[in-house]
Design a protein around this ligand. Structure first.
Ligand code: ADP
Ligand code: ZN
Ligand code: ZN
Length: 760
């Protein structure tokens, strides 16, 4: 017998459990079932079902894994295989179609399956807690000897606690730790009593309640739909019970939410659950309130503001079918639903649906994958569709539904460009803009001043030698903050004191360049001193409560200036705003990122949509040094639709998404040469594999990232581009495991980003 054959005969041939374990390795791990769980016939009664959690020993640790498949035979020998330690669930946490979607996404995004499944679980379940909540109470032990009883009388405190338990037992009251503490006893005392055998702890798991009751389908039609809305609702409802994706492309205020609700109503009436995805946690309270007001079924929210226990409860309510409506941010896309019917992605163009680190998935794109697997209706709603979604309309993957009219009585705002090429500005504002702000305030209206913060923060500049404050860890400028006076790096977080003189030439002639929200706030407050300036940005709204206080202040309706960044562009409803002022539209026009223009246009249109939503007509003023730029001209004179048509042509010519598919491989390290050496090896492997398998893939790099250094680490990237998604996928499925084995001299971090949302 040859050596090879001998090796094969030693391989294990029995039942093997394929387990996903949260490690950076892109593979499953083989384990053996415990003796009592061996079930060679794969019978229905088996406790071993894909989708349950198992406790296994991995290296020297004990870890929680997910059983993904049960197979026969392993590449390992029996002596190399360990038995699983424990089965943690009675039934799968992920229903089989959702598990399939998760496996698909691990393969598609080239991310280790163990980490993918772990991301999809609430953190309590990740660490091995039981799915069901447990309820602990104590009662007196059944048989206590007379001798022991007499010993107890010598310990008066223990004796008192014993009598409390006894009397509660007699009245059939369950004595919980809260009851015990309230009566003045302590946990150590209870432990003592339990240890001595006088009391016993009872652990009950809470039973799941029933699924939500289907609602009455017509009782909630309070508003009568307009023609466009009812056409949309009918088109969507016609496809119920099967997979279908719709792009609901409706101008701000056109009543998209009303369309969602009509479709939801139809689903809820059939006992089906609805998952609504929103971009920001700040938007959830408003959305929840709107749904709760309308529908009599339980609504649960899943977002980053919940503590672990709350999150697990909400997750279970979704999984067990008790929640009719589940609202959540990005990661909610992985929530198991007992009876799913519909997924809504509100503001589908929003970049926050793409995870930017770790498992870099797009919740929007996965909605369609999940929808196909679970036969769901998918609605992607927005006033500014992404080019990807419009492309999916062109290729007939999505059905295009348009709402061109604002619902109710409000009219669309007029957009106007203000050219500031002559540079005659007062703190960034032209005299025309200042005049109009004053006018709207005088007429008793509210004004929204929007700052596109990207690349527009104030920096410290020496007027004598031109020195600019820069971060020592990153290739980036430090931002000047007024409160408290300091300079901060927005990339690595470093905080510095403001220097009194230039570190380069010692001149004291230092000034801030550029504008930030704080600087503008103090300027506007002085300029319009009779009116309040309410600043809303990341810094002013660190707490959730603060944001809602500020928003309440605006809702009161007194004339005021609302000053803010991107946060204001999302979904909020401000009926008294009649003027929206976009102070600088230029940052996005010349962005280093290929999505810069698209995102700038989306922001402008979304911010503009905040104006004139009630009975008062709105105005939008856009300041730019390049008011003749075709993008700004199209947006203001024509429409977002015309703008995207032009952008499509540009992307086609430059062979960029959605015409090409991208994969960005990033690497970073303390020295420039290490990530470079790594990516050079990856590039060489890629070229070799492309030749061998005839993959048609374009390779760009390795090149330094646009932000070459961040937090003391050098960042480089390699861009792969292809017209054929399958070529890219096939390449990566071979390349990614090979990358795990590439050796470099010192430690680096690397990642694979499929369909990257930015190339930075
Ligand atoms: P969108 O989500 O498209 O921005 P909303 O759904 O928030 O728009 O609707 C904007 C406003 O118009 C809301 O106050 C809503 O109640 C109202 N509205 C929606 N549809 C109608 C309708 N058919 N008739 C009257 N008002 C409507
Ligand atoms: Zn920095
Ligand atoms: Zn200087």
């Amino acid at each position: 017998m040859s050596n090879i054959q001998k090796f094969q005969t030693n391989k294990y041939h029995g039942q093997v459990l394929k387990v996903a374990i949260p490690t950076p390795l892109r593979r499953l791990f083989d384990y053996l079932p415990a003796d009592e769980d061996i079930d060679e016939n794969h019978s229905k009664q088996s406790k071993l079902k894909p989708g349950i959690r198992v406790l296994v020993s991995f290296g020297r640790r004990s870890v929680v894994g997910v059983l993904v498949a049960i197979a026969t035979g392993s590449a390992l020998e029996q002596r190399q295989l360990k038995k699983i330690t424990q089965i943690l669930d009675e039934s799968p946490l992920f229903p089989s179609p959702l598990l399939k979607t998760l496996l698909w996404s691990a393969a598609y995004y080239q991310h280790p399956i163990g980490e993918v499944l772990s991301t999809a679980l609430p953190s309590n379940l990740r660490s091995g807690d039981p799915l069901n909540e447990t309820f602990h109470w104590w009662k007196i032990a059944k048989s206590v000897s007379a001798e022991a009883m007499s010993a107890l009388t010598c310990a008066p405190k223990q004796n008192a606690l014993y009598r409390l338990l006894a009397s509660n037992d007699k009245e059939n009251t369950k004595t919980t730790i809260e009851v015990i503490k309230k009566a003045g006893f302590t946990k150590p005392l209870l432990n003592e009593l339990t240890k001595k055998g006088f009391a016993e702890e009872i652990i009950e798991t809470t039973a799941s309640a029933e699924a939500f009751a289907a609602i009455d389908p017509v009782a909630f039609n309070k508003i009568s739909l307009n023609k466009e809305q009812s056409t949309a609702v009918e088109a969507i409802n016609k496809k119920r019970g099967s997979y279908s994706s719709f792009l609901l492309d409706g101008v701000t205020g056109s009543g998209k939410t009303e369309v969602y609700m009509r479709v939801m109503q139809e689903q809820l009436a059939r006992g089906k659950q609805c998952l609504v995805m929103v971009p920001e946690i700040g938007l959830t309270p408003q959305t929840i309130a709107r749904f709760e007001e309308r529908f009599p079924c339980p609504v649960v929210a899943l977002h980053s503001g919940l503590n672990n226990k709350e999150r697990l409860r909400a997750w279970r309510a979704a999984k067990e079918g008790r929640a009719g409506i589940v609202i959540g941010t990005r990661s909610a896309i992985f929530t198991p639903l007992a009876k799913p019917g519909l997924i809504v992605i509100d503001e589908e163009h929003d970049p926050s649906f793409k995870q930017q680190e770790g498992f870099r998935y797009s919740a929007r794109d996965l909605a369609a994958v999940r929808g196909r697997e679970e036969k769901l209706l998918i609605i992607l709603g927005t006033a500014t569709p992404s080019l990807e979604s419009l492309y999916n309309v062109r290729t007939k993957k999505y059905q295009h539904l348009k709402l061109n009219q604002r619902a109710g009585s409000s009219k669309p705002a007029k957009m106007e460009l203000v050219d500031v090429a002559d540079g005659n500005l007062d703190n960034g504002f032209s005299s025309q803009l200042l005049f109009r702000i004053g006018k709207h305030l005088q007429e008793g209206n509210q004004v929204l001043v929007f700052i596109n913060r990207r690349g527009f923060a104030p920096i410290l500049n020496c007027q004598a030698c031109g020195w600019i404050s820069e971060c020592e860890n990153c290739i980036a400028q430090l931002t000047v903050h007024a409160k408290p006076p300091s300079m901060r790096c927005h990339h690595c977080g470093i905080v510095k004191l403001l220097p009194k003189y230039c570190p380069h030439c010692k001149s004291t002639n230092l000034a801030t360049l550029g504008m930030g929200t704080q600087k503008i706030e103090s300027f506007l407050s002085k300029k319009y001193s009779q009116h309040k300036v309410i600043r809303i940005d990341r810094d002013s709204t660190r707490s959730k409560k603060r944001l809602s206080q500020l928003l309440d202040e605006v809702q009161k309706g007194d004339p005021c200036i609302l000053l803010g960044t991107q946060m204001l562009a999302k979904g909020h409803h401000f009926p008294n705003i009649t003027l929206v002022a976009i102070v600088d539209a230029d940052a996005g026009l010349f962005s280093a990122d290929f999505r810069g223009q698209e995102q700038m246009a989306q922001t402008i249109v979304q911010v503009a949509g905040r104006s004139g939503r009630a009975d008062r007509e709105g105005e939008v003023l856009i300041q730019s040094r390049h008011s003749n730029h075709s993008t700004l001209q199209r947006l203001t004179q024509k429409s977002y639709g015309e703008f995207t048509e032009a952008l499509f042509k540009e992307r086609e010519q430059t062979f960029m998404p959605p015409f090409a598919h991208l994969c960005l491989i990033r690497a970073e390290g303390k020295e420039f040469k290490t990530p470079l050496a790594f990516l050079q090896q990856v590039a060489a492997l890629t070229e070799q594999l492309c030749k061998q398998h005839k993959f048609s893939i374009e390779l760009l790099g390795p090149l330094p990232a646009p932000m070459e250094k961040r937090a003391g680490r050098f960042r480089l990237q390699l861009l792969l581009k292809s017209g054929k998604r399958t070529d890219l996928q096939n390449l990566l499925s071979i390349l990614a495991p090979l990358m795990e084995t590439v050796k470099v001299t010192s430690s680096i971090r690397w990642s694979i980003d499929i369909d990257p949302s930015e190339l930075i």
